[in-house]
Design a binder for this molecule. Structure first.
Ligand code: FAD
Length: 277
């Protein structure tokens, strides 16, 4: 992201953009009379000790704090009165992208039968045999000291979905039902068992509860076309946008970062046009 020829590097090279690290947005609000967004920020050191706080005002606000960061800020603003007109779809369509994982070890003491020649490459395989639970399995070799294993992760299409709410203690909560991605996990175990039967490695116990409670790919919360229009504009406000994983309204069955970047680029065409008006 911050390489010279990538988004942040190119943006900084225009001279119009300054990136402020270690600045955490704490809350946002819209003043309809001034037609300005007010953004409160806490500046910290690397241990998160507060150095100072500041307030920024802007006529256009583009949110890119990720599925959880953006959704959390918007839900808090909706309930605390800063952005009361955000609609009922805010906080919906959240998924863990069907993520889960386990470690795979060689079945023999002789590592060379499994990791001979330096170990396998990272690979990604798709299994569409069960149309109700298509999955994508990825193998990530890990070598620590003399031992090696394969971190094996799954992506899929969970049958359930999560949502955010705001409670009486002023806390934004994410609810992910216990068995929301059980269908993905069941299929994952079937495939792993088959591999084990073929003598191609044994697996750590796949713990459903833990497996379904983790994610590398949080998605949704500000679903495109529901909480926003088709161009990332938050419904209820002018000049407020979300351009991160929060707008993806469901699982992607693949790694999502390029899809998120593509969607953000697509929306930027409309956002630039809005700003130039
Ligand atoms: C270990 C791991 C491995 C992964 N591997 C892959 C992969 O191989 N391929 C792939 O496609 N995807 C991968 N992903 C997923 C990918 O990283 C995410 O889907 C993607 O980064 C999400 O992009 P985003 O812009 O929505 O949010 P993020 O990349 O999370 O960016 C949000 C930014 O906002 C900042 N932020 C949050 N809250 C605030 C706040 N209140 N104030 C100020 N700043 C804030 C965060 O610090 C962060 O910098 C991986 C994820 C993990 C965790």
């Amino acid at each position: 992201m911050d390489k010279e020829q990538n988004y942040l590097g190119l943006a900084e090279a225009t001279g119009s953009v300054k990136v402020h690290a270690l600045h955490t947005v704490t809350d946002i609000a819209y003043d309809a009379i001034k037609a300005l967004y007010f953004v409160n920020i806490t500046k910290t050191d690397q241990d998160y000790n507060v150095i100072s706080t500041l307030e920024v005002t802007t006529p256009k606000l583009i949110m890119a704090a990720g599925s959880i960061g953006t959704t959390k800020l918007l839900i808090a603003a909706k309930h605390q009165g800063g952005l009361p007109l955000l609609n009922e779809h805010l906080g919906t369509k959240w998924v863990n992208n069907g993520n889960g994982g386990t470690m795979r070890q060689s079945q023999s003491d002789n590592e060379t039968d499994f990791f001979g020649g330096g170990g396998p490459a990272s690979i990604k395989t798709y299994d569409f045999e069960d149309p109700n639970a298509p999955i994508n399995i990825q193998l990530l070799p890990l070598k620590t000291g003399s031992s090696s294993s394969l971190f094996t992760i799954v992506l899929g299409v969970p049958s359930g979905e999560g949502y955010f709410d705001y409670d009486e203690d002023n806390v934004v909560n994410l609810h992910w039902p216990e068995d929301a991605s059980k269908n993905v996990y069941d299929r994952f175990e079937e495939v792993l068992t088959h591999i084990e039967e073929l003598g191609l490695g044994s697996f750590s116990d796949t713990n459903h509860a833990i497996g379904q409670a983790v994610t590398l790919h949080p998605l949704g919360g500000v679903p495109l076309g529901l909480a926003t229009d088709e161009h990332c504009r938050l419904k209820g406000y002018e000049g407020l946008y979300a351009v991160d994983g929060s707008i993806i309204p469901g699982p992607t069955i693949s790694n999502p970062s390029l899809l998120i970047a593509a969607m953000a680029e697509r929306c930027m065409d409309s956002i630039v046009a809005d700003i130039m008006q």
